[in-house]
Design a protein around this ligand. Sequence first.
Ligand SMILES: Cc1ncc(C[n+]2csc(CCOP(=O)(O)OP(=O)(O)O)c2C)c(N)n1
Ligand code: SF4
Ligand SMILES: [Mg+2]
Length: 270
Amino acid sequence: MGEELKINPLRKFLRKEKLPHFFCAGCGCGQVLNYYTQALDALNMDPEKMLHIGGVGCTARIPIYLKTDMFHGVHGRTLAWATGVKMTQPDLPVVIFAGDGDLVSIGGNHMIQSCRRNLDVTVVMVNNMNFAMTGGQVAPTTPEESVTMTTPYGSGEPRFDVCRLAMAAGASHVERWTTAQPVQCKLAMERALQHKGFSLIEIVSQCPTHYGRYALKTGDPVKVMNYIQSNTYAKEQSERMTDEEKEGKLPLGMFICEEKPVYAGTNMAF
Ligand SMILES: Cc1ncc(C[n+]2csc(CCOP(=O)(O)OP(=O)(O)O)c2C)c(N)n1
Ligand code: SF4
Ligand SMILES: [Mg+2]
């Protein structure tokens, strides 16, 4: 084993020539990449026999560091590409890394239609609660009243609960965790990689550089993670909490994992 693999055997999945990575210090995107390589390793899956897709944004850069075939290109169109690929190669595992802005703002309708069809893909959505790469603008996932670059007096809009949206639209596997939950994230990704149908794994993540500085007045990643922790709760606690205690907080856990007819290959409508 090379020196590098002795340091971390998961480096076998990474494109060395792309390192050092682009993420800011303390960004959750690096953790998500780490959990994902752990899931690949646990399932003995070879990313070189898979397709990874990123749209545009910090999150969309995650698969750039994997040794794999990948598309990287247009904000919000990951699922349009995936749909085309699944028409001709239904058995090719397709994994998408999308930011919250990518998936439910500019790409929102693709997401809803893909859930409705139960398109056979895995989507890892990093919810950093803002449009990070472009400087920290408000997104449909930004908590109400948050100050962002474009909402200096605080956002006046309610946010999407993306997991509820995906389930209402027909997704067959939906989970939400945070970057502070390494084991849960890895296991959720393993379940998604084995699931036939639309899997959404939402990971609530820290963007200390923008969401942290604008909304929380800190660039400290740990403080942003603490904020996320105090604004989420395990769904199993729900019955023991009052509506007031749940107000403005996101539940975490596996919400659905069921078998349903999938949309891939010859059953796709033309
Ligand atoms: C079609 C199109 N519209 C807008 C942009 C500009 N743009 C690039 S990244 C980005 C925001 C990304 O936010 P998100 O998808 O949440 O990813 P993050 O950077 O937060 O991980 C935007 C608006 C673009 N590249 N292409
Ligand atoms: S801007 Fe935010 S999301 Fe993008 S790399 Fe930096 S910390 Fe991460
Ligand atoms: Mg984002």
